[in-house]
Design a binder for this molecule. Structure first.
Ligand SMILES: NC(=O)c1ccc[n+]([C@@H]2O[C@H](COP(=O)([O-])OP(=O)(O)OC[C@H]3O[C@@H](n4cnc5c(N)ncnc54)[C@H](O)[C@@H]3O)[C@@H](O)[C@H]2O)c1
Length: 383
């Protein structure tokens, strides 16, 4: 099998997860180039992860005409995802783009059109789909053993210090595309779409509670309507923790990611008792689903490599990335206009384009401090 030639664009925090994933599958691929506007950073990055025989570039355009590069990981700030992904797809490369897919829905649509026109694969990172609990809960829901989903509560409650927003591209609508609803809860929002489909409408509030070097929100609460189903998404960067939880109430049980299970039986007076038998049966179904061979970025990148060699279908596409963005920009529209917003998001809405959104979104605080780099390891959220 020909090994897939890979380039990594942007050698900051998240690039580590891409490199480790590609290095985990040496029979399938090899990293040929890394690129960062800070060439030394790219060079140190390649050395740190012992990437052998790799070319180091500071301008990604140098890589567009390289016939040996087949696949590119875009690990850049969100406002650059669209242009750089489009350039590589136009040059005939498949693309793995970090979340969030883009800094507007209009950009996401352009990226998907480019993928269709060029016949390239475009995958948007949603590594939490490749976590055992989530994967098994999805399988359970699809098996219909739980009956209808009635209500879902999503927590994306994280902590980021006030200096988090000192990094140059964070904390402005222009460069980051949004606040924690976009950049952090995009994980959970993709999972929600993946588990229960798209909502009919959303009603949201957003605010900035404790990050005053930032224009964007650090908290949002949203209520979503579906046919005979409701959901709530709570998002913040002020929680002294890094929780990612999805609670799912179905006709037959209440389950969650991370995994928990409760099932009750009704009593003649309408109250309940624990239904041990039902719980045991559901737990048995859950336990019978085999663990994933690879979790997180490794799992998703392996799927992309197998999709390129036509062994599997692409599991997380640009359309999935777009669906998450659509809900997020509907949240921003609802919060800004103080009303319930229906999906699909109207292409004539100010919230469809970046320029339109920049005109109308609240800018909570003026960003006055900006640094080129922040040092130190990052965390990716528990579970
Ligand atoms: N999947 C996850 O869990 C996860 C976690 C963290 C970040 N991310 C996402 O990854 C993306 C990058 O985030 P990060 O935290 O790694 O940011 P970062 O700022 O640490 O890294 C970005 C890198 O890109 C470089 N860069 C900027 N413009 C460039 C250009 N035109 N050409 C080449 N290099 C360029 C910067 O110098 C920097 O080294 C963001 O979209 C972010 O939301 C995803």
């Amino acid at each position: 099998m020909k090994r897939i030639g890979v380039a990594i664009i942007g050698c900051g925090n998240i690039a580590k997860n891409h490199v480790e994933a590609y290095l985990a599958f040496p029979d399938r691929c090899r990293i040929l180039a890394v690129c960062d506007i800070y060439k030394d950073k790219a060079r140190e990055f390649a050395a740190r992860y012992a990437v052998q025989d790799v070319d180091v570039e500071e301008d990604y355009h140098e890589l567009l005409s390289r016939a040996d590069i087949d696949l590119v990981s875009i690990c850049l700030p969100p406002s650059q995802h669209c242009q750089v992904s489009m350039d590589f797809m136009q040059a005939g490369k498949d693309v793995v783009c970090e979340k969030p897919m883009a800094a507007s829905l209009e950009e996401a649509d352009r990226m998907n059109r480019m993928a269709e026109q060029t016949g390239r694969l475009l995958s948007v990172i949603s590594q939490n789909r490749y976590k055992n609990d989530l994967f098994k809960v999805k399988r359970l829901l699809d098996s219909r053993v739980l009956g209808r989903v009635l209500m879902v509560r999503v927590n994306s409650m994280w902590y980021r210090g006030s200096n988090y927003y000192d990094l140059w591209w964070r904390g402005t609508w222009e460069n980051e595309g949004g606040g924690c609803t976009l950049n952090h809860s995009v994980h959970q929002i993709d999972l929600l779409n993946h588990l229960v489909g798209k909502p009919l409408s959303v009603l949201s509030v957003i605010d900035n509670l404790n990050h005053d070097n930032s224009e964007v929100e650090d908290a949002s609460i949203s209520i979503l309507r579906y046919p005979r189903m409701l959901a709530q998404i709570d998002v913040t960067l002020c929680d002294h923790d890094e929780k990612q939880e999805i609670l799912i109430i179905t006709e037959n049980a209440t389950i969650s990611v991370p995994w928990s299970l409760h099932a009750v039986r009704q009593l003649p007076n309408g109250f309940f008792e624990v239904d041990e038998k039902a719980m045991a049966a559901i737990q048995k179904r859950f336990d019978a689903i085999p663990d994933l061979m690879h979790e997180g970025h490794d799992g998703q990148i392996l799927n992309v490599l197998k999709a390129i060699s036509k062994e599997e279908v692409l599991e997380v596409s640009g359309h999935d990335g777009r669906n998450a963005l659509e809900l997020i920009y509907a949240i921003y529209q609802s919060a800004t206009e103080k009303r319930e917003v229906e999906l699909p998001l109207d292409r004539n809405s100010a919230f469809y384009t970046k320029e339109g959104m920049l005109r109308v979104v609240p800018k909570f605080f003026k960003k006055t401090k900006s640094v080129d780099n922040l040092s130190g390891e990052i965390t990716l959220g528990r579970n």
